[in-house]
Design a binder for this molecule. Structure first.
Ligand code: PBG
Length: 331
């Protein structure tokens, strides 16, 4: 009993019908906007590889935050560019570190109006650019755990709502969970970058955060392009106490997002990373794709695959297109 009884075009006739049955409904409630914070005063520095994104000094952080709040984006993840770097990434866990300072300022200014997520990693703070400490020419997993735990506690103490370990060290979620619990932060959730692939799509971010490794690459700790390895990573992070598990990048790994969604009841996050953003911006700048349409499809795809939470540099533009009816006209 197929055609002509079944005509799928019946529900596609008008915008309101299409909207009524739309499977994936987008809302800025589920988006997180990344912010880069640097030292200094009164600076808004454009990031060349990520058109439309900036490095902000703490005194001007209110500008992007106000713009985001205005269109309904209220969650932020912070990345820091410290004044100085060293072998052990001291800036990551310094009480007056750049991100700690930024978080305190956001808390003072916005209170509970904003949700602040803090990335927990050493790569922006180490002189060698790796995500952990180096021993005998390689990143030492177990020696790094203490530094990550200290970083998480100092970020929570500064007022972060959520900490998000991204270093891909084995046991990092457990080490952080324990340290938070012992430090009086038992209620601080851990959003684990659980399945983080060794991807070329982080390229623009490494320019933005000045965090490219000075030697070698990250393949000895970030993941091969394997779905099974991703599920194994997620299983372990869940066991270690993760509250949210993240897949990163998003677009080349939609199958992984879907598989994680199916297997675990935890909320799933996905990171629509810098390279994915840069590709859309570059093609749009050439007039080769329509940016608003592309972003609509991209965010729909990531949510449809199963992500509850999407970290995306498009968040503020997307929320504006939602609000001003740009996307309605596309539906
Ligand atoms: C820190 C970190 C990275 C990203 C998020 N946290 C860089 C990396 O692992 O090299 C990438 C985010 C993006 O590309 O947008 N380890």
């Amino acid at each position: 009993m197929g055609f002509p009884t079944h005509r799928l075009r019946r529900l596609r006739q008008t915008p309101l019908l299409r909207r009524l049955v739309r499977e994936t409904v987008l809302t800025p409630d589920h988006w997180v906007f990344p912010l880069f914070v640097r030292t200094g005063r009164n600076v808004r520095e454009a990031i060349r590889s990520m058109p439309g994104q900036f490095r902000w000094t703490v005194d001007r952080l209110g500008e992007p935050v106000d713009q985001a709040l205005e269109v309904g984006v209220r969650a932020f993840i912070l990345f820091g560019l410290p004044e100085a770097k060293d072998e052990v990434g001291s800036g990551a866990y310094a009480e007056d570190g750049i991100v700690q300072t930024a978080i305190r300022e956001l808390r003072r200014r916005y209170g509970a109006e904003v949700l602040v997520i803090a990335d927990v990693c050493l790569c922006e703070y180490t002189s060698h650019g790796h995500c952990g400490v180096i021993r005998d020419g390689r990143v030492d997993n177990d020696a790094t755990l203490d530094f990550l735990a200290q970083t998480a506690v100092s970020l929570a103490a500064a007022g972060a709502d959520v900490v998000a370990p991204s270093a891909m060290m084995d046991g990092q979620v457990q080490a952080i969970r324990r340290a938070l619990d012992e430090g009086g932060f038992a209620e601080t959730p851990v959003l684990a970058y659980a399945a983080k692939f060794a991807s070329c799509f982080y390229g623009p971010f490494r320019e933005a955060a000045d965090s490219a490794p000075a030697f070698g690459d990250r393949r000895a700790y970030q993941m091969p392009f394997s779905r099974r390895a991703a599920l194994h990573e997620v299983a372990l992070d869940v066991e270690e106490g993760a509250d949210v598990v993240m897949v990163k990048p998003a677009l080349a790994y939609l199958d992984v997002i879907a598989a994680v969604r199916e297997r675990w009841p935890l909320p799933v996050a996905a990171y629509n990373v810098s390279g994915e953003y840069a590709m859309v911006k570059a093609a749009a700048a050439q007039g080769w794709i329509d940016e608003a349409r592309a972003v609509w499809e991209v965010l729909t795809a990531i949510h449809r695959a199963g992500a509850d939470v999407v970290l995306t540099y498009h968040a503020v533009d997307a929320a504006r297109w939602l609000r001003d009816g740009t996307w309605d006209a596309l539906g």
